[in-house]
Every structure is written in C-alpha cells, then in structure tokens.
Ligand binder design. Sequence first.
Ligand code: AMP
Length: 284
Amino acid sequence: MIEMKTRQELTTWIKKQKQLGSTIGFVPTMGFLHEGHLSLVEQAKKKADIVVMSIFVNPLQFGEGEDYESYPRDHDRDKELADSHGVDVLFSPGVEEMYPRPMSTTLVVHEGTDVLCGQSRPGHFNGVATVVLKLLQITSADYAYFGLKDAQQVAIIQRMVEDFHLATEIIPIDIVRESDGLAKSSRNVNLNLEERQEAPEIYSCLKDASRKTQNGDFTNSTDLEDWVRLQLQKKLTGKIDYVQVLEFPSLKAPKQLEGKILLATAVYYKRARLIDNIVIEIKG
Ligand code: AMP
C-alpha cells in the first residue's frame, strides 16, 4: 500500500493508472477503521482494479458543539488495517491540503436535508456533499462505496452525482453489525459500559418494528414511529433525537406503508450520538 498526503501525488498517480486502463474504486472514510469500512473495501476490490481509501475528518461537516475535536483517531492502526485488507492507496490529507484557503464555493443540498440527521445537524450535508465532490474530483473514481448505515448520506450523494453529471457510480453497501446487533461505528468507543450494554436494543427494536410492519400491525407511518419511540424510551437511558419513517431513497414522507420504507433513528449518549436504520420492503 502506498500512502499519499497531497492531491498532486494522488492525481498524478491515478492519471498514470487510468492511462494503463485501470478502474478506480474509492472508499471515503473519516478513519478509526472497523469492519464496516473494511466491507466497503472488500466490495471495491471485487469490482475495481485499484482501491483508493481516504481518511479525512472533514471539519466542514461538523457543526458548532459537535464532536470534531473528540472524533476518535488512530492513524497507525488505520494504516495497518487498510494495508492488510488490500487498499492500494491510502489518501490521508491534512485539513490544509483539502482546504488551502477558505472555500469561495460550496455546495448547498436542497432536498432531503429537512429530515433525519439533516434536522438535528444543520449544514452537515452541505459539508458532506462539498468534501465528497472534492474527493471524487481528486480520485477520478469509477466507483465510490458508501455504507447504508448513513442511508440519508447515500440518498443525498446519489442525487448530487446525478445533479452534477459526475461519472462516478455510487455503490451502497449493507450495514455491518457487532455480534449483538449494534451497528459498527467509530463513535462506539465513546460509549461508557452501561451505554454500550443497552445500545444493541436500538437494532433489536428496529427489527421488531420491521417484523410488525410486515405483519400489517401499523396502519400508517406515525403509528410505526410512535411504537418505536415508546419502545426505545422504555429500554434506553440515551435521549432519542428522532425516530422517522420515510420512503427510500426519495426521503419523502410516505403516504402509505408501502414499497421501500426507511425506518431510522438517532440516539444521544453522553459522548456519542448513534444512528441506525432498517429498510423495510412492503408489498402493497
Ligand atoms: P465514516 O468513517 O463514519 O465517515 O464512514 C465512512 C463510510 O463507511 C461511510 O460510507 C459509512 O456509511 C460507512 N460505514 C460506517 N459504518 C458502517 C457500518 N457499520 N456498516 C457499513 N458501512 C459503514
């Protein structure tokens, strides 16, 4: 594995590889790697000739009072994991490299930001879209891999790629979980013991809700949301940020519980905010 820290190095190297006919699979991350990130690498390796992973904690997508400073970082460990899982190039720029001067142009996401994490993290997806556009430009990726743990991000990035007629194909990848069901996340290390013990209840509740929805137990999305909120309130000490049911990937409020439905939640703990979701396919 080669590590590169500058745009210049990476773009020059990629240009050569493309001239030789290689395709590029790109896995953007904020580091502190776990099996969720590595499953994106695994999929990229199946399809692309070269796998480029970026590690960049993007200040632009963190709001005031959010965890930019305390976001977990361990570069040496990440480097080892990326190398041993077959990443060809690790792109790990500093903030100065990605933002050499304040941006005079940034993206504003107009759709799909008034729901889920967009509601509690104003400006977050503008920061995400801006950095992803920069990274896709730098990597000239043929394919870019995004985890469905961040389902809203997948939907927004997919539309951004369409909006700007980008040549990259966005490939969504299923959520990887701990053996007790908790969605793997870099932020899980910021849970205390008690929080870590109760956190698997989040997915357990989403699964129960999915089963009940398939059984026709709920007549509309509000009933489903209310039921999940009540269950989570009973089982968790964490504070529920949202429980929301939306059509996926349009992120529109569903008129009926029909088709592809995203049931998503976010829970605040003392030092971490956890998100999780389940996609429910309902035949009309
Ligand atoms: P992050 O480093 O948290 O920004 O995540 C980088 C990429 O990995 C994003 O596309 C995430 O959706 C994806 N990812 C994070 N956790 C998981 C997981 N548990 N399963 C699958 N993908 C994940």
